[in-house]
Write a protein that binds this ligand. Sequence first.
Ligand code: AR6
Length: 177
Amino acid sequence: MNRVSVIKGDITAIRADAIVNAANSSLMGGGGVDGAIHRAGGPAILEDCRKIVARQGGCKTGEAVITTGGRLPAAHVIHTVGPVWQDGLHNEPALLANCYRHSLELSAANNLSTVAFPNISTGIYHFPKDLAARIALETIAAFLEKESSITDVTLVCFDEENFHYTTHYYHQYVGPE
Ligand code: AR6
């Protein structure tokens, strides 16, 4: 059974157990998909983020935390912090893989079975879209091999270029059906 899909769209409209946010380490919101998620989900998300910051002081690059989805159709938001692309020599690929893996681990730990991701780090953080899509699909496919509790992973691409690369690596790592 194929448990991965790729679509073009707006992640704030997705009904899932969790959607993943491309946040920053402050967890206090920002632009891009982060801004869209907080706007659509309302203040309950930031309230949960503040509690996390009080407890653990933010979120490191490659790590993930979970909050309510507030008014979103998704029940929860998993906030992960992608690497800022510098030159590829600062551990950016491994850190991006950590974002996907830790978000899926956190989903499984919270008994969530349906999860949607945006193309983390490919906007304001300037990670090359081709390499980012390969890392996303490679990491998700490897995770699903060993963890059966997650039944649906949707990659929600906002722009045509991400959709193109994500579909390409979907065929490489997940297969046609
Ligand atoms: N649904 C799905 N994807 C989206 C949406 C949406 N509504 N809006 C944008 N994207 P970015 P980053 C795509 O910049 O590069 C924030 O300020 C977008 O096309 O949102 O990880 C945070 O607070 C791109 O492909 O995140 C951080 O400071 C992808 O989401 C910083 O940006 C990621 O772009 C994180 O930068």
